[in-house]
Design a protein around this ligand. Structure first.
Ligand SMILES: [Cu+2]
Length: 306
């Protein structure tokens, strides 16, 4: 935890450089806020977010966000997540289709592999009670299809995390998102209290760290079962545990990169470490995914960020 003081300066410097770069890109960008994909901004059940419309994000590069931003805009640095889907039916498997338009306005079809996939996709409910992490497949024309499992009624945000492998943004990690509404009776729940541990499928997950907004930190996670450290973690996306986090209220996306590399078929009992950057203070909902016996487990817990 004292490591914070080592990493924070570097992170702040990097964030400042990123902010300057984003400003420069925004200044010369020509296509932000244009195109049909910006569509009507959702109202109603969705929590209003100043960044929900694509254009707004470009003028708000601050808050120490990483180069990929907070993920709340549909367009960034000339790239835009487009989709005609504004609603998704409740309670049944649905294909959610989208594309990534490049700076030239055409769909991007070349993406770099990151953690074994060219596209990582997350569906998150506005109250953080729903979470799906999927790997869409791409058609030749650049249309991605995410196989959503049944969603509960309410407001959801769909995140696409990717790295273009051609064009102006080649090699730049981006996170873009769009909202969808799932019709029906939408009940929202309050966020569970902050806790360093969570249980799932008989496993206990413990996350330690003392993160502060806008700084780089290390988080560590351990997995135990019946009080004993687990040693049979299987590789999942080039790591033994995959961590994602979203901010309570605006659903900002956090960047959590695994520092633990896969070494063999079985991981544990050592702590799994993550490089974490939370752009804002407040409560974040963490989703830690790990695999044992061919089955994926998802533990969720609430982490306060100062
Ligand atoms: Cu993924």
């Amino acid at each position: 935890m004292t490591q914070r003081f080592h990493t924070s300066r570097r992170a702040l410097a990097a964030a400042a450089a990123t902010a300057a770069l984003t400003l420069a890109l925004a200044a010369c960008g020509s296509n932000s806020g244009s195109g049909p994909a910006n569509g009507p901004t959702m109202t109603g059940m969705d929590r209003p977010s100043p960044s929900a419309s694509a254009g707004a994000m470009e003028s708000m590069p601050g808050m120490g966000t990483a180069s990929t931003g907070n993920g709340l805009a549909a367009a960034k640095d000339g790239y835009e997540m487009t989709s005609t889907a504004t609603t998704v039916p409740a309670g049944r498997a649905t294909a959610y289709r989208f594309a990534i338009a490049g700076p030239d306005g055409r769909p991007v079809t070349r993406f770099a592999v990151d953690q074994t996939k060219r596209m990582h996709f997350y569906a998150i409910r506005s109250d953080l009670t729903g979470f799906q992490h999927l790997h869409p497949t791409m058609a030749g024309d650049g249309t991605w299809t995410a196989p959503l499992a049944g969603l509960r009624p309410g407001a959801w945000r769909m995140f696409a995390s990717f790295t273009p492998d051609s064009g102006a943004g080649k090699g730049e990690g981006l996170v873009l998102s769009r909202t969808v509404k799932v019709p029906g009776m939408a009940m929202t729940s309050s966020l569970p209290k902050a806790s360093g541990t969570a249980t799932v499928d008989g496993y206990t997950v413990t996350v330690k760290g003392d993160p502060m907004a806008g700084m780089a930190h290390q988080l560590t996670a351990t997995v135990t079962r019946d009080g004993r450290p687990v040693t049979d973690l299987q590789p999942y996306l080039d790591t033994y545990a995959h961590l994602t986090a979203f901010h309570q209220g605006d659903l900002a996306f956090a960047h959590l990169h695994p520092e633990t590399e896969v070494d063999g078929d079985h991981g544990g009992p050592a702590a799994l470490t993550f490089h974490a950057e939370f752009a804002r203070s407040g409560n974040w909902r963490l989703f830690l995914q790990f695999q044992t016996g061919g089955r994926l487990h998802t533990a969720s817990l609430t982490l306060p960020v100062g």
